[in-house]
Ligand binder design. Structure first.
Ligand code: ASP
Length: 441
């Protein structure tokens, strides 16, 4: 058995957390590769080192830069002192300060959080240090370039039995050789990339919760933990806002079926959640999870005889493409077509989109509406079952909530409902009660 383990920012926020991480890693010889995040929040209201790095890079004046940079150095120095390590990062700090002043790139700036934490952790564990800038390639959109990476990373890892590889960054996949990061929270993706290119059997992702919850604990009190979830279910839930794992973490390992376990650094005895390609484990409930996002907008286009006009949909979608917009859903009727988009992305472009659609398809009317929330009810247990949709709508009706949109893909993995923003929390509670609380009673 060989494992890759990734530790999130809160698991490495201070010396005390580092000690827990040390105990976890050294208690099991199969934990060969370690991916650390940058130090995260130590308490409510604290600032993550990555955010301090962004702030330092964009500081308006020398005094602000100095103050923020000192704060960053203090975070690392207090970890080194707390662990009583014979290590100094002074030279690294000097190089980083010089590079910040030369404005060599914000991606470089953000990456130093993981880089420095990786050096400390490798020193503490006595493991090799591998700089991902030498073996992981990322494009300018923050997507991992598997062709370039796979060619080199596997060979690199073969030369290191036990190693620390900082998360979140790599090298840009162009000629620049600059540092490029994934999007925020991207150390999870690094963990998957390492798993893909090594002969590990398991990817353990250590964080500060004991696994994936059925829904957001800020919405439902004390929701259940999911024991087993499939890649596809997790992808649906992450896309809709569930935040335990970065939404792009599944892609690198999907073709290899390596399982991921979500574990709690502060409660290692908890079982956590296992994420697998496929499973015979019967889910505890028909639904596996509920997630959602607020603030969507709808563009409703009406035109008599729309159904007979071949190419209508393509022309409308081309207008969105020309405006650089992606759409979430597209429920349609005979003479109406509705497109659901994210309000934040849409708002600046709405008048261009309206004018573009008028030019492209000459509709009778276009109506915009905002304030829509989407809720995804996800579960492999729904397939071929009966009554899931009925239960969802009964629970919403009983809670006096009007359903504005419905979408179920033929994979039968999820049902998406649209409700008004104001009903979002109430709707999730109603669905949770119907499927989880009542099933348990
Ligand atoms: N430190 C980075 C962030 O705060 C990446 C990570 O933690 O995964 O987003």
């Amino acid at each position: 058995m060989k494992k890759i383990v990734k530790f999130g920012g809160s698991s490495l926020a201070d010396a005390n957390q580092f000690k827990k991480v040390y105990d976890i890693i050294t208690s099991d010889e199969s934990r060969h590769y370690v991916v650390p995040s940058a130090p995260g929040r130590r308490y409510d209201g604290d600032t993550k080192v990555t955010d301090l790095l962004y702030a330092a890079y964009y500081a308006d004046d020398e005094a602000t830069f100095k103050k923020t940079f000192e704060e960053i150095k203090d975070r690392y120095n207090s970890i080194i002192a707390g662990l009583k390590l014979d290590l100094s990062l002074e030279e690294e700090y000097q190089t980083i300060e010089k590079d910040f002043k030369a404005k060599i790139g914000v991606n470089y700036a953000a990456s130093r959080g993981e880089y420095l934490n990786g050096i400390i952790l490798a020193n503490y564990l006595g493991f090799d240090f591998i700089d991902p800038a030498t073996c992981i390639y990322i494009d300018s959109y923050g997507n991992y370039d598997y062709k370039k990476t796979d060619a080199i990373l596997e060979k690199t890892l073969k030369n290191h039995d036990y190693a620390v590889i900082p998360g979140f960054y790599g090298q840009a996949n162009d000629e620049s050789g600059a540092i490029q990061t994934f999007s925020r929270g991207g150390s999870d993706v690094t963990g998957s990339v390492i798993a893909r290119n090594s002969d590990v059997d398991l990817y353990e992702n250590w964080t500060d919760v004991s696994g994936c919850l059925v829904c957001d604990p800020r919405i439902v009190d004390n929701p259940e933990t999911i024991e087993t979830i499939t890649y596809k279910e997790l992808r649906e839930l992450s896309y809709m806002g569930a935040s335990v794992l970065h939404e792009n973490s599944i892609f690198p390992i999907r073709s290899q079926g390596i399982p991921i376990v979500i574990k709690n650094t502060n409660r290692p005895q908890d079982k956590g959640t296992i994420i697998v390609e496929s499973t015979c484990h019967k889910p505890s409930h028909i639904i596996t999870g509920i997630a959602g996002k607020k603030d969507m907008a709808t563009i409703m286009i009406e035109k008599d005889m729309m159904n007979a006009e071949i190419g209508f949909g393509r022309k409308v979608l081309q207008v969105l493409e020309e405006n650089g917009l992606s759409f979430e859903h597209m429920p349609s009727g005979i003479d109406t077509m509705t497109i659901v988009v994210n309000t934040k992305d849409f708002i600046e472009k709405e008048q261009n989109v309206i004018a573009g659609i008028h030019r492209a398809v000459n509709p009778d009317s276009i109506t915009l509406e905002s304030g829509l929330a989407l809720i995804a009810i996800v579960g492999r247990g729904m397939k071929d079952g009966r009554g899931t949709a009925a239960k969802i709508f009964k629970s919403l009706a009983n809670a006096n909530i009007n359903v504005k949109m419905i979408d179920q893909g033929s994979s039968e993995l999820n049902i998406i409902v649209g409700v008004k923003n104001v009903h979002f929390e109430k709707a999730i509670n109603a669905i949770y009660d119907e499927f989880i609380t009542k099933e348990e009673a």
